[in-house]
Ligand binder design. Structure first.
Ligand SMILES: C[S@@+](CC[C@H](N)C(=O)[O-])C[C@H]1O[C@@H](n2cnc3c(N)ncnc32)[C@H](O)[C@@H]1O
Length: 183
């Protein structure tokens, strides 16, 4: 897997927001549950989670991964760009979601502001029936700025208020929520 090379390049790059290895493992396991799936990752970073998601996907699946930071995307491109299943998109999350509202996915890993704390309803509307919506970093983190805890609480309440999702909130790894769009 390209993960080791990406992890090394990530250390050098100074990228400070990588997904932890437990999260990555869960992402791969869940990815394998969606053969021929359409996958979306919001917040590529350097491609750590991207590598694991690709690791669980079958050959007929596709993954779109979006980030606005060209330098971080370049690391992902260098290690994963050869994978024909992957489309790396250099775009602002807000602009990308608004331009792609009609698209539907079987699996969304929302790992940046848009798709999680911003434009949540628009993103959840992109889920096919039976699709997975996954977020991490829901347990208090040392790098949370002041006021972020309140944002996290509001985000969970917004998810809980949706009638079209089954939710499981895990006090494990960095705090992971897995939701499935009800059939
Ligand atoms: C938590 S990190 C992603 C970590 C990555 N998934 C991993 O496993 O290592 C969040 C990412 O969101 C990106 N980001 C922040 N604001 C953004 C925006 N408005 N549009 C697109 N990407 C954004 C950052 O560049 C950063 O790479």
């Amino acid at each position: 897997m390209a993960y080791a090379a990406i992890a090394k390049a990530t250390e050098v790059s100074g990228f400070t927001m990588p997904s932890d290895i437990h999260t990555c493992s869960l992402l791969r396991t869940l990815a394998a549950s969606k053969p021929s799936g359409r996958f979306l990752e919001l917040g590529t970073g350097t491609g750590l989670s991207t590598a694991w998601i690709l690791g669980g996907m079958d050959e007929a699946s596709t993954l779109v991964s979006v980030d606005y930071d060209e330098a971080f995307l370049d690391i992902a491109r260098g290690e994963l760009g050869h994978d024909a299943r992957l489309t790396l998109v250099h775009a602002d999350g807000e602009a990308w979601i608004k331009a792609n509202e009609g698209q539907r996915f079987d699996y969304i890993f929302a790992d940046t502001w848009h798709g999680k704390y911003l434009l949540l309803d628009e993103t959840l509307d992109m889920l096919n029936k039976g699709a997975l919506y996954i977020v991490d970093d829901m347990l208090p983190q040392a790098n949370w700025p002041e006021g972020h805890k309140e944002k996290a609480v509001q985000f969970v309440e917004a998810l809980e208020s949706r009638k079209d999702l089954f939710l499981t909130k895990q006090h494990w790894a960095t705090g992971i929520i897995v939701a499935v769009k009800k059939l």
